[in-house]
Design a protein around this ligand. Structure first.
Ligand SMILES: Nc1ncnc2c1ncn2[C@@H]1O[C@H](COP(=O)(O)OP(=O)(O)OP(=O)(O)O)[C@@H](O)[C@H]1O
Ligand SMILES: [Mg+2]
Length: 249
């Protein structure tokens, strides 16, 4: 479980997050949704420690993240898996080297143990016999799956995915969503997925935070979202539904 309390963040006098509080639950795919520029990535970067919020608190289970000493913070970082927005892999490294990277960086595992773990993770995301290929030799969906294999290589308790299915066709996007949901359940991770894809929302939205202009406007689940009366959320859902031709229940 990750809990954020009253998080605010400004850049050069412009406030981009305003007093956001939310609980991201363990074993669930927790979504952050909202329009482009609404503050989803900045919030996530605050949670993982890439930005420091101006105000507020962040708890990883019972650990007060902002109060941790640097050694404790480093230990906690090893419990996080991340899938960043945009291209997620090191282009100059093979599939195997990409997935092995966190293991070489953060553990003292021996080479044969590393290879075993790499193959386990690649197998889990259904990438077989591709160890020596480079990212440019894979399809977009395969690249995302390798990135997921890398993100889970250290058996993280907390998984962060910033738009994991952007740039993918709708069918492959659902495969990636389902994979994230499955591994979240299997390893009982606290998973945070940023998305503005309504298909994803309706597929995997166990627990959803909707932000608009840096403000929390709604929270709830996929079962409630189509009938919400909050104007900004209704507009977000309606435009997406219109574009994707999803029929309301
Ligand atoms: N390092 C930074 N310095 C200054 N402003 C920033 C910085 N990072 C983000 N911002 C601003 O914060 C606001 C929120 O950006 P953010 O990247 O969180 O949007 P987002 O919701 O993730 O959008 P998208 O869906 O397009 O990825 C934007 O106005 C952006 O310009
Ligand atoms: Mg973003």
């Amino acid at each position: 479980m990750i809990t954020v309390k009253n998080i605010s963040k400004s850049f050069n006098g412009t406030q981009v997050l305003k007093d956001i509080s939310f609980g991201f639950e363990k074993g669930k795919t927790n979504l952050i949704i909202g329009k482009s520029g609404s503050g989803k990535s900045v919030l996530t970067k605050c949670i993982v420690g890439l930005f420091e919020p101006d105000e507020g608190e962040i708890f990883y289970d019972n650990r007060d993240f902002l109060a941790l000493k640097s050694k404790e913070k480093k230990d906690l970082r090893k419990e996080m898996g991340m899938l960043f927005q945009g291209s997620a892999l090191f282009d100059s490294q093979s599939v195997e080297e990409n997935v092995a990277f966190p293991l070489r960086m953060f553990t003292n595992m021996l080479e044969d143990e590393i290879l075993e773990r790499v193959n386990f993770c690649l197998n889990r995301v259904n990438i077989l016999n591709k160890n020596n290929l480079y990212p440019s030799e894979l399809s977009g969906g395969m690249q995302k799956r390798v990135a997921i294999a890398r993100a889970i290589s250290l058996q993280p308790k907390y998984l962060f995915c910033d738009e994991p299915n952007s740039g993918l066709d709708p069918v492959t996007a659902i495969v990636i969503d389902e994979l994230i949901k499955e591994i979240t359940d299997e390893y009982k991770m606290t998973t945070i997925v940023i998305t503005h894809d309504m298909n994803s929302v309706l597929e995997i939205g166990d627990n959803i935070l909707f932000i608009d202009n840096g403000i929390k406007k709604w929270e709830g689940s996929k079962n409630e979202i189509l009938n919400v009366k909050v104007k900004e959320l209704h507009d977000f859902v309606y435009v997406s539904k219109f574009l994707q031709n999803i029929k309301p229940k």
